[in-house]
Design a binder for this molecule. Structure first.
Ligand code: PQQ
Length: 580
């Protein structure tokens, strides 16, 4: 979108959730530096009036800031000329029956703003376009059906005249898809499914590349599943979307195959025949037609719920003496992947947490992980508790987006440091009912600093951790880096932290009113640089507090690991804005 491109080139704005189309979450603003950040202080706050997990972050364009809340998904336009006076408020009427079919809290990852429109994906699957001046509904369209377990948590992305939106419900037998709607009319332009026949997945086996070569064999989205399982096979698209305007390609990942019990997804009980394509796959699609240019499946035949939806950050880096246009994906499965973003060729794949044990390495010729039988929930079998698997289903990293600094060439990544026991069991599909098929318990990774998170710097060319900084809990907040040599992220206890990009050293912290799972953004107003973040504990890591769950295996197994979080923070949605 011309307007989105223009807005993101001006560092005064924070034009989209990930900062720019490349998903870098980097700002060229440099008033706040590693030397003066110690003088940062909160300058104004705003209560959203909503509890539970606040993901995403403020979008700032000109004098207006747009924020959104978890269910009921209120959108506020705040006037920066008047200390955040409410210009307008949009509060949709949504049926609360959707809440029990949201797997991992009632979150939204935020709004997209383009031209005179604000786009919001509501929990109840309504994609709505609001007038940016008045908040009035311009059009709305239903992208899914909550009675089948379909929901919407992802932030939409706008490219040219289309808005892309995904779908959630991998734990309810939902068949994932990405859909493009016309931004002016709301009319569906195309829908690309994650499973099923090539026609539905918008793959051409003669043209779509995999590991640099055409896929060749047709309809792998059917053949790698037992009969009809692909119809309830997951591969949802609830993560982040990025875009390369020069290549005209959009990038996103698909989630776990359903059910979590791998035996029910095995063809003839043979793992080699059961990739469950195209779950767990990075797709590069033509932004106009939706046709897949290349695919890369990270975790074929997932046995651990390592949803492959994390953000694909676009960067131009030097690898082995050559300047390359790459895509970097810090996957939930604990491997950091660097691919050629034009062809999908695999360049680097290395562990970013040494405790990762389900696979020894990625075979660079095939792109496939070498799975360790001891941690294979399929090899261990149905109704067997496979213990000590690292990472846990929360992944070495979940939805919390990383940042890439072109100054250092490194990624700055919020990560988790948690392991699990996983016991698969047989489950029947019933529309709108949980279709999980495994009991999980999660706990801090053993033999470590005792913390459940690390904030790390990652070299995407070498595939190496440059530095790692322990955190008490999983780091569930999105990172920001700036030209001032300083970066930011939030913690589940509620701290907004500033760190030195060179070594991760803490330069400033401030404890906000609730745990932070939102993303830290920056902008200028009247020439002065601000840092802004939403507090409001929740998300999957904070589901115990958000949904009032206490059993260790509740919340799909996530409650146990973070049981002491309630000693540090409680619920409450607040925006905090900082300045020097
Ligand atoms: N959402 C969060 C969060 O916001 O903290 C964490 C997760 C989700 C997960 O770890 C998931 O696996 C997950 N899976 C789906 C799915 O399979 O459709 C959806 C979502 C979501 O929409 O929030 C999450």
């Amino acid at each position: 979108n011309e307007d989105t491109l223009k807005n993101q080139k001006d560092p005064a704005n924070w034009a989209m959730q990930l900062g720019n189309y490349a998903g870098q979450r980097y700002s060229t603003l440099d008033q706040i530096t590693r030397d003066n950040v110690k003088n940062l202080r909160p300058v104004w706050q705003f209560s959203t009036g909503v509890l539970r997990g606040h993901e995403g972050g403020p979008v700032v364009i000109g004098d207006t800031m747009y924020i959104s809340t978890p269910f009921p998904n209120i959108v506020y336009a705040l006037d920066l000329n008047d200390n955040g006076r409410i210009k307008w408020k949009y509060e949709p009427k949504q049926d609360s029956a959707v809440i029990p079919v949201m797997c991992c809290d009632t979150v939204t990852r935020g709004v997209a703003v383009a031209g005179n429109k604000v786009f919001l994906g509501q929990a109840d699957n309504t994609l709505v376009a609001l007038d940016a001046q008045s908040g009035k509904v311009l059009w709305s369209v239903k992208n899914g059906d909550a009675s089948k377990g379909e929901t919407l948590t992802a932030a939409p992305m706008v490219v040219k005249d289309k808005v892309y939106v995904g779908i959630s419900g991998g734990e309810f037998g939902v068949r994932g898809h990405l859909t493009a709607y016309d931004i002016n009319s709301g009319k569906m332009v195309w829908r690309a499914y994650s499973t099923g026949p090539d026609k539905d997945v918008m793959i051409d086996p003669q043209k779509t590349l995999m590991m640099g070569k055409p896929i060749g064999e047709p309809d792998l989205g059917i053949k790698t599943w037992p009969a009809d399982q692909w119809k309830i096979g997951g591969g949802t698209t609830w993560g982040w979307y990025t875009y390369d305007p020069d290549l005209n390609l959009i990038y996103y990942g698909t989630g776990n195959p359903g059910t979590w019990n791998p035996a029910q997804r095995a063809v003839n009980n043979d793992r080699a025949k059961s990739d469950n394509k195209w779950s767990m796959t990075i797709f590069a699609r033509d932004a106009d037609t939706g046709q897949a240019k290349w695919v890369f499946q990270k975790t074929p035949f997932d046995e651990w719920d390592y949803d492959g939806v994390n953000e694909n950050i676009l960067a131009d880096i030097n690898i082995g003496g050559q300047q390359r246009k790459v895509l970097v994906n810090m996957d939930r499965n604990g491997f950091g992947y660097t691919l050629d973003r034009n062809t999908g060729e695999l360049l680097v794949a290395k562990k970013f947490d040494p405790t990762v044990n389900w696979a020894t390495e990625i075979d660079m010729a095939t792109g496939r992980p070498k799975v360790v039988d001891k941690y294979s929930t399929f090899a261990q079998g149905e109704d067997t508790n496979t213990t000590g698997v690292c990472p846990a289903a929360l992944g070495s990293k979940d939805q919390q987006p990383a940042s890439y600094s072109p100054d250092s060439g490194l990624l700055y990544v919020p990560t988790n440091h948690i392991c699990m026991d996983y016991e698969p069991f047989k489950v029947e599909y019933s529309a709108g009912q949980p279709y999980v098929g495994a009991t999980l318990s999660m706990y801090p990774a053993p033999a470590s600093h005792g913390g459940m998170g690390n904030f790390i710097a990652w070299d995407p060319a070498a595939g190496k951790v440059v530095w790692s900084k322990p955190e008490r809990f999983a780091v569930w907040s999105g990172a920001l880096t700036t030209k001032g040599g300083v970066g930011f992220y939030g913690t589940l206890e509620g701290y907004l932290k500033a760190f030195d990009l060179r070594d991760g050293k803490d330069l400033y912290n401030f404890k906000t009113s609730s745990g932070i799972i939102g993303n830290v953004n920056t902008y200028t107003h009247k020439g002065k640089q601000y840092i802004a973040v939403l507090s409001g504990v929740g998300g999957w890591a904070g589901i115990g507090l958000a949904a009032g769950l206490t059993g260790a295996q509740e919340g799909l197994g996530a409650v146990g690991a973070h049981k002491s979080l309630g000693e540090y923070t409680q619920l409450g949605g607040t925006l905090t804005v900082f300045a020097l």
